[in-house]
Design a protein around this ligand. Sequence first.
Ligand SMILES: Cc1cc2nc3c(=O)[nH]c(=O)nc-3n(C[C@H](O)[C@H](O)[C@H](O)COP(=O)(O)OP(=O)(O)OC[C@H]3O[C@@H](n4cnc5c(N)ncnc54)[C@H](O)[C@@H]3O)c2cc1C
Length: 201
Amino acid sequence: MTGIQVPAKFGGLGHKFSSKARIAEILAAADFGFAMSVINTQNVAQKLCRDASPDLVDRYVPAILTGERLGSTALTEPHAGSDFAAIKTTARRDGDRWLLNGSKAWIINSVASDVLVVYAQTEPGSGGAGIAAFLVDGQRDGFKRSAPFALTCPHSIGTGGFELDGYSATDREMLQPPGKAFKAALSSINEARTYVAIMCC
Ligand SMILES: Cc1cc2nc3c(=O)[nH]c(=O)nc-3n(C[C@H](O)[C@H](O)[C@H](O)COP(=O)(O)OP(=O)(O)OC[C@H]3O[C@@H](n4cnc5c(N)ncnc54)[C@H](O)[C@@H]3O)c2cc1C
């Protein structure tokens, strides 16, 4: 289930979106939090297969498919939810690398995930146009997990946050550049709205 939409050539099941939605519906009938956790992990594997360089796919996707590593997608910040363009996490050029600084909140799986797609602002003041998507490895220096949020339910969703303090990312770890990342994120939110509604039903 960690590779529902991951193409078969990368070891996944290669299903369509409609199949993912149906699987999510069945899993959510038993445990909504668990279903969201699995779907969010599979979404990261799927995104890496689509947007990452082959070496990054080899490094991360097999470990996600076996469930050794969990994935998260991190847009939201303590002060920025619906207004995603207002995020304050920055990505600053430093030689041939990017330095990421900021805090994320309300991130599914963040209690244990360490393969994260993180959105950051490369040009403060530019709104959505300056936002880029980075692959962040939670086992590297500069990543600090925060305590999970205390929810009445569902605990298996593992929701919390993390801090990036001088986290260093390579050029290749920029999954989507400014100009593309914001639009791509909104497009995946449209998909999420669909399967979350199905899961709630
Ligand atoms: C269980 C859970 C899991 C989550 N998982 C993730 C995750 O994995 N990754 C991630 O990035 N984020 C995640 N989120 C965060 C989620 O995306 C945000 O909660 C959402 O974007 C809303 O932001 P907010 O909570 O700050 O509410 P706000 O943006 O403050 O909105 C509060 C209320 O005001 C309304 N509102 C806001 N702006 C306007 C406006 N301009 N006009 C009219 N009404 C408005 C909203 O509809 C809402 O009713 C999660 C949240 C929860 C609760």
